[in-house]
Design a protein around this ligand. Structure first.
Ligand SMILES: [Zn+2]
Length: 390
């Protein structure tokens, strides 16, 4: 087994699975976007749910599970399919014999959620049913933690809060499950895991009125730097930086905060925020501005790439046709940071999509093309063998 980071192709949306190299193959799922087209066998959209389920283990009761589900922010393209495919509510109410034609629901052992991001999103727009269902489930877990003073909270009830809420009163009694910006996460679903640790970079806490407005407008999201081991002797084999749809003002603020401490922004693998949107790198509109400028600070925050780093856009294919996201101009900017740029909507080609899976080797993330290329080189070598003997 190797640690893996799998980007499921879900159009302009995110759905990323991290699988660790510990004996339990602990996994962390960041966001879901399982659209009904993907559930329809007659539609050629990649069956993201099936691809996810294939990669999950089942518990002793036969229930598929993820150890952690992280919601970057509650927009449609980050939580669609949650109600349909995941068990929400008490584990005692799990339906072990689903109706004909339906799959067993996936158990979420621990949730990582941000009340602040939720608050900002609900000020910005109406939340979908999936987003509301997630919020209800997160609240159920928080209330259970409070009621039990954090004692005897087990799989299916665990929750970690990412970032402070606006009202400190609301966080009283929740200090044990709160991770603020700049803090690290070493425990995954209730136990210490030496195969990964995480640093919380976002959301930003509540600022003054002007700043708060800008954070709401810029798609406040959970931003986490995942430090993933290939094995116990290489604990930092892959640093994966992912930040939902966070846009330019947020990356600019991150640079102001961490420019003297750039380790906080380092990566071997970056998920290009907001599906490679231009607004991650610039305050200027491409359509309304003659000479839109890249914001140097935001770009610096996203430029802390280790040698040979990969950048992945979880989006539709990127075309030079003025669409955004994904933006062709943004891609050109990322290419100045690293030539190793990939897009889920172009893998393996623009018409048929497969999960983009990186293996974590001791010397960093390995993209699937390398794996396939080396396999075909081996196949050619084998095919040639009789000739050399002949
Ligand atoms: Zn999005």
């Amino acid at each position: 087994m190797s640690a893996k980071i799998t980007f499921l192709p879900v159009g302009n949306g995110d759905m990323t699975l991290i699988t660790l190299n510990d004996s339990n193959e602990t996994n962390i799922l960041i966001d879901v976007n399982i659209r009904s087209a993907a559930d329809d066998p007659d539609d050629d959209t990649c069956d993201a749910a099936a691809e996810l389920r294939k990669r999950l283990k089942t518990d002793d009761k036969g229930r598929p599970y993820v150890n952690v589900f992280v919601l970057s922010h509650p927009d449609k393209d980050h939580c669609t399919g949650l109600k349909k495919h995941f068990h929400l509510g008490k584990l005692d109410d799990y339906v072990s014999e689903p109706p004909e034609g339906e799959d067993l629901k996936i158990v979420i052992r621990e949730i990582w959620s941000s009340p602040m991001v939720f608050r900002r999103a609900s000020k910005n727009h109406t939340l979908t049913d999936d987003a509301k269902a997630f919020n209800t489930e997160a609240k159920r877990r928080v209330n259970l933690y409070k009621a039990n003073s954090g004692v005897n909270i087990t799989d299916g009830d665990r929750i970690l809060l990412i970032g402070e809420d606006e009202d400190p009163e609301k966080m009283k009694g929740l200090e044990g499950i709160l991770k603020k910006q700049g803090e690290t996460i070493n425990w995954i679903n209730g136990s210490y895991n030496s195969f990964a640790w995480m640093r919380v970079l976002g959301p930003f806490p509540k600022g003054d009125e002007e700043q708060e407005k800008s954070l709401i407008k810029n798609h406040s999201s959970v931003i986490i730097q995942y430090h993933i081991a290939s094995d116990l002797t290489h604990p930092e084999a892959c640093i994966f930086l992912t930040g939902g749809d966070a846009e330019v003002a947020i990356w600019k603020k991150l640079w102001e905060k961490y420019k003297d401490n750039t380790d906080y922004l380092k990566y071997d693998l970056l998920q290009a925020p907001h599906h490679c949107s231009w607004h991650v790198l610039s305050f200027d509109s491409q359509s309304q501005c003659d000479d839109p400028k890249v914001d140097a600070d935001a770009k610096s925050a996203l430029s802390q790439a280790n040698y040979g780093a990969y950048i992945v856009s979880s989006s539709k294919a990127i075309k030079d046709d003025g669409s955004d996201p994904p933006s062709y101009a943004a891609k050109q900017e990322y290419l100045t940071i690293s030539k190793n740029f990939k897009c889920t909507g172009e893998y393996p080609n623009e018409t048929s999509h497969e999960p983009l899976e990186f293996l974590v080797a001791a010397d960093g993330p390995q993209p699937p093309s390398k794996k396939k290329a080396s396999a075909s080189v081996a196949a050619i070598a084998m095919a040639r063998e009789p000739l050399s003997h002949g």
